[in-house]
Design a protein around this ligand. Sequence first.
Ligand SMILES: [Zn+2]
Length: 182
Amino acid sequence: MRYCPKCGHQVDMMIPAGDNRPRAVCPSCHHIDYDNPRLITGTIPLYQGKILLCRRSIEPRLGYWTLPAGFMENQETTSEGALRETLEESGSIAHCKQAFSMISIPKINQIHLFYIAELERDDFHPTEESSEVALFALDEIPWDDMAFSSVTKTLEFFIEDHKTGQYGFHEDIIRINSVPEY
Ligand SMILES: [Zn+2]
């Protein structure tokens, strides 16, 4: 950021008093811009034991499969965001059952949070963001064509828990060296 979002003055990168890392600080109105990690929230949408996946029609990872997920918006809860993204990406209405995985990806300043969700009915369709939307049995997951490693990890946790019928909460970290690798 080069200009203050409050007053438009050019900002300085400096460590504010009492802080311990550089921030964009406005010398005119003293606004401090805090650049913090962002939360991506999504679902594992289930219908009769199958998982709904979306084939991405947008970059990044165009053409690869993913769980519906996206950036949380202001004024919504994590589960509202997850269900909104599910509707936007798959055209389906779902209900959150429980928080299931939380994966930090410090290199890209993101946290990915997935809920187990139940589809209201067998009703979904391609959308602006998904060229294809389909239900997959647990032994049909297209592992080689998954878009994101947080989604792969989440599905691995899900399949592991499914064997016991006890669904827990899984926290993990993905360490990457570059964004394209992710
Ligand atoms: Zn300012």
